[in-house]
Design a protein around this ligand. Structure first.
Ligand code: CDP
Length: 226
């Protein structure tokens, strides 16, 4: 047996795609499809904030105690996020309350970065992916739509799932979530300076997917100099 070390393989390139945007902008569905299309893993970072909020609600713990919320965030297992359970409307509202806490954000961002760094790379969607979690992402999209269009989408999501909803209440909720997400001191929702804006107010998911692929393909081609 030779004691000469085998030449190191070149590290596999890791591709990160950052998708940010406000509540019900369609970024989650878009991110899942993009991950499939580009052969990458996917993380909906909203689910991580939702999971922390859900745990506090389940255990009857306060939503406004940072040490408790941070402890829940540190022990969160990204492999055990149950989308169907966490999708509930009231959990989203509670998530945006725990998401203002820097201790919770630090704990979750550490886990999100580790996820993004594993080959072959990942599509992450959230509020601060392009600005904080993956500032070096190869491509950044900021997906948005008017508050009214987003409220219609969220309303349909709830009623299609058999739930009852009031459109005006859903719209008010979207506006309150926007204000909280854009107004917080730590990692507010805003487009990164180098993000591509994608307004989906007039697009269905297919049109949004095609537009996103065009932006991503152009950005990747420019990056590789082709
Ligand atoms: O699906 P929806 O857009 O309603 O919400 P979500 O993406 O599941 O996120 C729920 C809440 O988590 C948001 O309102 C944000 O306050 C927070 N969040 C965050 O602060 N940073 C992220 N990267 C993702 C979500």
């Amino acid at each position: 047996m030779s004691d000469v070390a085998a030449p190191q393989d070149a590290p596999e390139p890791v591709l990160a795609i950052a998708i940010d945007g406000p509540a019900a902008s369609g970024k989650g569905t878009l991110a899942r499809r993009l991950a499939r299309h580009y052969g990458l893993r996917h993380l909906d970072t909203g689910l991580t904030y939702r999971a922390v909020a859900a745990r506090l609600l389940e255990e009857d713990l306060p939503l406004d105690d940072e040490a408790t919320a941070e402890a829940a965030a540190r022990t969160l297992d990204l492999g055990a996020l149950d989308r169907a359970r966490l999708a509930q409307h009231h959990i989203g509202e509670a998530a945006s309350k725990v998401a203002v806490m820097p201790g919770v954000r630090r704990a979750l961002v550490d886990k999100q970065r580790a996820f993004a760094a594993a080959p072959p790379g990942a599509v992450l969607d959230g509020r601060d992916i392009g600005t904080v979690v993956c500032p070096e992402a190869a491509v950044k999209l900021y997906v948005t739509a008017s508050a009214e269009v987003r409220a219609v989408r969220r309303f349909r999501e709830i009623t299609d799932g058999g739930g009852a909803a009031d459109y005006e209440a859903v719209l008010a909720d979207i506006r309150r979530r926007d204000a909280r997400d854009m107004g917080r001191a730590d990692s507010p929702l805003r487009p990164a300076a180098d993000a591509h804006l994608l307004d989906t107010s007039e697009m269905d998911i297919e049109a949004a997917f095609m537009a996103a692929c065009r932006l991503i393909d152009a950005a990747l081609a420019a990056r590789s100099g082709t």
